[in-house]
Design a protein around this ligand. Structure first.
Ligand code: SAM
Ligand code: SF4
Length: 482
């Protein structure tokens, strides 16, 4: 592999110089950059620095409107949903901001057995209707790679019968500590979808401070290069992110951009499949969160989402249930492409009957606990279709192939059809009557749009397949995709 882990592609000084150099950018320069984003091209760091420095409210409005346009162009009016499944909160690390850190003696530690993982999956797939999960683990010898691989395999094994057909989890993404190439090969073998690791902060000094010496996570470089190792292990859907609130938000956006460009450069144009930008949330017995001076306001949060949308126009963007309903709605409008629903983050929480948050077993407190049914309905009211599609990686549309399709606006063709098919499945199997009523209108609108744009955009062969699969799904066949 053509990278050296001893190198470092994040130069803190250079980032600050670029941010300072581009203060007071001209309107012409900002508009030139917006046009480049609209052509679905990745921006250079200095261009991102320009956008981050915009002061003029009118220009921000232009940037936000371009962000919405890019989202529409690349991802149409779809939102993909998933749920997190926390498997273990044992952790050797001591990250200042996290409820799972080893010094938090008030955290009740627990690791799901494989049977418990299956039980949680049965609820997620059988009762709620999820088809895509992200599994999450603390870093500890208990939750080592063999455990992670076992949990992934166990999730794929669960198949739940429904009145008409059946449901199962079709894509398992992983958020776990950085691993060696050898370990990553094991989770690739187990069927991982996307491998997600957040750098937390790209600022070296802050990184060293909040991940204390003597812990594994203290090693900045090991984390920074984990996606390089993932590629080496054959995983080409990788997801990056920063935890906003640890350091200056503009700096972190620059860090994410350098990371994106590094991946594109080293791996034939393949950048991050998704970018995440979680904001620090309160966690029990974790005073650091109240003390940090870098908390990101709602207004700045929406700005950073706008800039990321413009900076990496092809990437998926994830906003999670950490955020309140109001902010999530705004973030989704601004260009986010994925969000979670019916979220519970306590270990074993899906198998419990109550919906109360339990700080003693959670990593942090959630801002929006809307059910999947409510989220689908809320989106449908806005004419947005919820997609449960997982076809991409099962058809080999991953890594370079999907990037290329996204950049050329072609992925939307497959995704729109798969969104309709999976939406139909979900409505027939899981939706409340109230949600169904509103969602039927969305499905009708989507099908009509496809018919209108055939053959110019949608090849007749594909549309014939849609008609055929749609009828079969209504009769109870499941998991049909193009
Ligand atoms: N232990 C693994 C690691 O650190 O890479 C898995 C990740 S952790 C369970 C998932 C992510 O949650 C972290 O990478 C961090 O960005 C985020 N997180 C931790 N504490 C948080 C908090 N108080 N509020 C919001 N997000 C938090
Ligand atoms: Fe452990 Fe991850 Fe929490 Fe750090 S963020 S304490 S590594 S679970």
């Amino acid at each position: 592999m053509h990278y050296k882990q001893s190198e470092d592609f994040i130069d803190d000084k250079k980032i600050w110089i670029q941010l300072k150099k581009h203060q007071n950018p001209s309107d012409t320069e900002v508009r030139r950059i917006i046009q480049k984003s609209l052509r679905i091209q990745t921006l250079q760091p200095k261009e991102v620095a320009v956008l981050l420095n915009v002061q003029d409210e009118k220009l921000w409005q232009e940037m936000k409107s371009a962000a919405r346009e890019i989202k529409r162009k690349v991802y149409d009016n779809r939102i993909v949903t998933f749920a997190p499944l926390y498997c273990s909160n044992y952790c050797l690390n001591n990250c200042f901001y996290c409820g799972f850190r080893r010094e938090n003696k008030k955290e009740a530690r627990r690791q799901l057995t494989i049977d418990e993982v299956k039980k949680e999956t049965e609820i997620l797939a059988g009762k709620i209707g999820h088809k895509r999960l992200i599994v999450v683990y603390g870093e500890s010898p208990q939750s080592n790679v063999d455990y992670i691989a076992e949990t992934i395999k166990a999730i794929y094994q669960v198949k739940v019968k429904k009145e008409k057909g059946f449901n199962r989890i079709r894509r398992v993404n992983v958020n776990a500590a950085p691993m060696s190439v050898e370990d990553l090969k094991k989770i690739k073998e187990a069927g991982i979808g996307t491998y997600q690791v957040f750098q937390e902060t790209y600022h070296h000094e802050t990184y060293a401070k909040v991940h204390p010496q003597g812990t594994r996570k203290h090693n900045y470089q090991w984390r920074l290069y984990c996606m390089h190792r993932a590629f080496e292990a054959g995983i080409d859907d990788v997801a990056i992110g920063a935890l906003f609130g640890l350091y200056d938000w503009r700096f972190e956006v620059m860090g994410l951009q350098y990371h994106t460009l590094e991946l594109e450069k080293k791996f034939n144009g393949i950048g991050p499949h998704t970018i995440s930008f979680p904001r620090l949330q309160p966690a029990q017995n974790t005073p650091f969160i109240q003390e940090t001076k870098y908390k990101v306001s709602d207004e700045d949060f929406l700005k950073l989402i706008t800039v990321i949308r413009l900076a990496v126009p092809y990437t998926g963007m994830i906003v999670t249930a950490r955020e309140s309903k109001e902010i999530r709605d705004k973030a989704l409008k601004l260009g986010c492409t994925q969000t979670d629903a019916s979220t519970k983050i306590g270990i074993g929480a899906y198998s419990e009957n109550d919906n109360k948050q339990k700080p003693e077993i959670q990593q942090f407190i959630l801002g929006d606990t809307r059910s999947l049914d409510e989220l689908v309905r809320d989106l449908a009211k806005k004419g947005i279709i919820t997609s449960f599609c997982t076809a991409g990686y099962r058809c080999g549309r991953t890594g370079g192939k999907i990037m290329d399709l996204l950049r050329r606006g072609k992925e939307a063709v497959f995704c729109k059809i798969n969104a309709i098919l999976t939406y139909r499945e979900w409505l027939d199997d899981f939706a409340s009557e109230e949600t169904k009523k509103i969602a039927e209108g969305v499905i009708k609108q989507e099908i009509e749009e496809i018919k209108r744009k055939t053959p110019k955009v949608y090849p007749p062969k594909l549309v014939a397949l849609l008609d055929d699969y749609y009828k079969k799904i209504r009769k109870g066949e499941r998991d049909l995709y193009v």
